[in-house]
Design a protein around this ligand. Structure first.
Ligand code: ZN
Length: 437
């Protein structure tokens, strides 16, 4: 596909773990243009834009400067990748660069610290990604930025307020991101019973928020057993709850009110989707169908199985109105991705992962409420190269649903914008043509 300098990717300067479902949306379709963001050289945030009518690409432009990624020889942190929000006036915002902040940023009253500094930037002009400025209006301690924008323009900025042992919080803006109300805690970190070998254990969380039906915000999360002195990635279970933004009340899937911040005890009692017992889980994504009921995907495996080749499986759950339904056996590949749902019976999973030794971005569809999944269109085949995907972009155009990264040279990745016609091509851009490369 390299005819006359036309390539499938829009840039090859994605760095390391450059997009993920966690930090989201990573891009948005807005007034005929798809805007995309990712982690580029030196862990700085980059933005490119694709004008659908003319087929023209703009950028990538460097949108800000992260404090991560500036120490030569230091391991790439990868936690500061950007999330994007376009406000009602057309200004494009990114929040990036944080991995819990540092003691030099002050006292973190809602958790601990680790590194980086969370930074908010906005374009100087509407719909113009060529120039950016910093807005000093958010906590430096954030990481895992997520934006939920409501139909009335209210912006909810969700994040973990520090390193592992920190509450998950949101800050609300009603003025297009120019100011934010103070953080409100949603999920609580706290010490729990330790053992002789691991005397210091805290409840901790990984969460993924998005807009539900109407004025609701929905979230899926899993539980991290944060142990010291021997720390590992142990995470279990899947949980779900929702917030009615009209009255700021949280409730479980049955509509029972919850006191926030939600503790481990309350989560187990009221919000559990799946108890995975000894099996570990990797947080997934959630979307609401047209009846407002959630559909959730995540994957699970044996202890240390997640990155070490043990057996794993992808789980799909949906709330029927009465109970959580899950397919007993599923043909789904072990992969990460996102969900599009319409009716309760019809869900489409867009998953990036390996199947039969090939990396694919593929639709997996059910029309019987998850009893069976059939492989649909392969949108991109990366052959032997590993790939990662963003969550589905906000207001995504069918031709530009997700951002995908694929191994290139060393730590660098080729970056693709992919939709129902496959990757959106562009004329190859030489590095010296990009001012901000
Ligand atoms: Zn931990």
């Amino acid at each position: 596909m390299q005819d006359q300098g036309v390539v499938d990717y829009f840039t090859d300067n994605g760095l390391s773990n450059t997009v993920k479902t966690m930090q989201h949306p990573a891009g948005e379709y807005y007034k005929g243009v798809t805007y995309v963001s990712y982690q580029g050289p030196l862990e700085d945030p980059y933005v490119a834009a694709y004008r659908h009518v003319t087929g023209e690409w703009l950028g990538p432009f460097k949108a800000g400067i992260s404090t991560l990624g500036k120490t030569p020889g230091k391991k790439i942190d990868n936690h500061g990748k950007p999330a994007m929000m376009i406000d009602d006036l057309g200004y494009i915002h990114l929040i990036f660069g944080g991995h819990g902040g540092l003691p030099e940023h002050g006292v973190n009253t809602l958790g601990n610290t680790h590194g980086g500094r969370q930074i908010h930037v906005v374009t100087k002009n509407p719909q113009d990604i060529s120039s950016w400025e910093v807005l000093d209006n958010i906590s430096p301690f954030g990481t895992y930025s997520q934006f939920v924008k409501m139909d009335n323009g209210d912006i909810y900025y969700f994040y973990r307020h520090g390193a592992h042992r920190s509450n998950w919080v949101y800050q609300k803006s009603t003025d297009n991101g120019r100011t934010f109300a103070p953080p409100v805690s949603v999920l609580k970190t706290k010490p729990t019973t330790g053992t002789k070998e691991q005397p210091d254990i805290h409840d901790a969380w990984y969460a993924w928020f998005t807009k539900g039906q109407g004025n609701d915000i929905i979230v899926t999360y899993n539980y991290h057993v944060c142990k010291e002195p021997i720390h590992d990635g142990e995470r279990h279970n899947s949980y779900y709850m929702e917030m009615d933004t009209d009255n700021k009340e949280w409730s479980n899937v049955k509509g029972e009110k919850l006191t926030t911040p939600v503790t481990k005890e309350l989560a187990d009692k009221k919000t559990l989707v799946a108890n995975t017992k000894d099996l570990w889980t990797v947080r997934g994504t959630v979307r609401a169908d047209d009846e407002g009921n959630p559909h959730i995907i995540f994957y699970m495996g044996e202890h240390l199985g997640l990155r070490h080749g043990g057996p794993k499986q992808v789980n799909y759950y949906r709330w029927t109105g009465e109970k959580w339904f899950t397919a007993e056996s599923t043909d789904l590949p072990v992969a990460t991705g996102d969900i599009l749902v319409s009716s309760p019976d019809e869900a489409r999973l867009l998953l990036a992962g390996k199947k039969d030794g090939n990396s694919e971005l593929t639709w997996w569809n059910t029309i019987d409420g998850g009893k069976n999944f059939k492989k649909g269109e392969v949108l991109y085949n990366g052959e032997k190269n590993g790939m990662t995907t963003s969550a589905i972009l906000r207001n995504a155009h069918p031709n530009a649903r997700v951002i995908v990264s694929e191994k290139h040279k060393g730590d660098f990745k080729k970056m693709y914008l992919i939709g129902d016609n496959g990757p959106i091509k562009r004329l190859k851009v030489e590095a010296d043509q990009l001012e901000e490369y």
